[in-house]
Design a binder for this molecule. Structure first.
Ligand code: ADP
Length: 389
């Protein structure tokens, strides 16, 4: 049996000698998770941590001895010397010990937001400043994403407001359609009359019927653009992010939000051309339908998968549940407007999904699962000019 050598006893920090201190300091520079920059009171960089190297794109060797304002941008870059001068003269702290958000500059000139905290150490007559810098670009991206999701959510609630709108729509459409029917019936009765005056009346009635029919068409057109926001703005998007956001949004304010939902995207299928908000609407709708279908089911689960199709430059997305499957009465009319089996349903969800998918140049269909449940599958065009990952 080999003996494990006993560890040397730990040395208390306050008893470290010069070289040991230096080693300790270097180990801090190597391992401190935030970027750390030490400067003297003239703003000259004395130490630059490993994290600072990767954040700013300079090596410690390149930057040590340079003025720290190289790492700053805009007003702070110009005023840095004045800040330090003021502080040294007046002792008035503007940033030291407080921390604030400033714009930093990388070696390649790109600017990015950081949270800057500065500590001060006085050693005899010298004054050292240690700055801890945290990259905020990720956080700001996350906030931007959150805002985008909120606007999508607002759009989604507008979509559910379509339900309410549908009854108003039925009422609106009723008027022009009744008028069309009345004018046409009156015209039929007048057709046989040889009286030229009556023929004039007949002409007027037919043209009135045509106007009313156009009005009805206009109302329907408005509804469609209200729901699908008019034009499709298809652009390259990452399917993984789009689907994960849709899953999160579909759970907002839902009773069955605890149903497990998995998302599996084949890396080959991750880049598609889509209007993300509209395609999210489709996915949210399919998830919510699946949740409704599995109400009260203890083994409920939803699996979302995306894969490239063999031919045609298409990606297929499927949303599968293990619910009771489609009812016989719905099978043929699934995508027709106002076809529903739900007491509170408007039967518009799937017809809107179809409109959106087809506007993207894809198709949508429902496939029963052999093991029970339903898969809704739709296609999107893949983004051929895949960006580097
Ligand atoms: P709504 O949800 O208002 O009924 P939809 O057009 O979204 O309108 O759905 C139409 C009908 O299709 C539903 O009422 C339901 O009967 C059926 N359906 C949709 N998704 C599923 C599913 N995952 N499992 C079983 N039936 C479904």
């Amino acid at each position: 049996m080999t003996d494990i050598p006993a560890k040397p006893p730990a040395v208390p920090l306050d008893q470290l000698d010069g070289p040991a201190h230096q080693l300790h300091f270097e180990s801090i520079l190597d391992s401190v998770p935030d970027a750390m920059v030490v400067t003297d009171e003239a703003g000259i960089i004395l130490a630059f941590s490993r994290a600072a190297e990767s954040l700013f794109g300079y090596t410690a060797d390149e930057i040590i001895g340079q003025a720290v304002n190289r790492l700053m941008a805009g007003r702070d870059r110009m005023n840095h010397d004045t800040y330090i001068g003021n502080y040294m003269r007046t002792g008035h702290r503007q940033i030291i010990g407080k921390g604030r958000v400033v714009i930093a500059a990388r070696a390649d000139g790109t600017l990015f937001p950081v949270d800057l905290k500065i500590g001060e150490a006085r050693i005899g007559d010298y004054c050292l400043f240690t700055a801890f810098i945290r990259d905020l670009s990720e956080q700001q991206n996350a906030e931007r994403r959150m805002q985008a999701m909120q606007s999508e959510l607002a759009h989604f609630s507008r979509l559910s407001a379509v339900g309410t709108m549908a009854s108003a729509l039925a009422h609106e459409l009723n008027q022009p359609l009744t008028a069309v029917a009345n004018y046409l019936e009156a015209s039929r009765d007048l057709l046989d009359s040889p009286d030229p005056e009556i023929r004039e009346v007949l002409r007027g009635a037919l043209s009135e019927a045509a106007t009313q029919a156009v009005r009805a068409g206009e109302i329907v057109r408005k509804l469609r653009s209200y729901v699908s926001r008019g034009e499709v703005d298809a652009r390259p998007v990452r399917l993984t992010a789009l689907l994960s956001d849709a899953v999160a949004l579909s759970k907002v304010a839902r009773e069955r939000a605890d149903i497990p939902v998995t998302v599996t995207v084949d890396p080959q299928a991750d880049r598609v051309l889509a209007d993300p908000i509209q395609v999210q609407q489709v996915v949210i709708n399919l998830i919510r339908n699946a949740m409704d279908a599995m109400a009260g089911q203890s083994n409920a689960r939803i699996d979302i998968r995306a894969a490239r199709m063999e031919a045609g430059g298409l990606v297929e997305v499927e949303v599968c549940d293990n619910g009771p499957g489609l009812s016989a009465e719905m099978r043929d009319s699934l995508f027709k407007p106002f076809a529903t089996t739900k007491a509170q349903g408007m039967g518009l969800g799937l017809s809107i999904c179809q409109t959106i998918v087809e506007a993207h140049g894809g198709t949508i269909r429902a496939v029963p699962k052999t093991s029970g449940g339903t898969c809704f599958r739709f296609t999107l065009r893949e983004d051929k000019d895949k960006l580097p990952t």
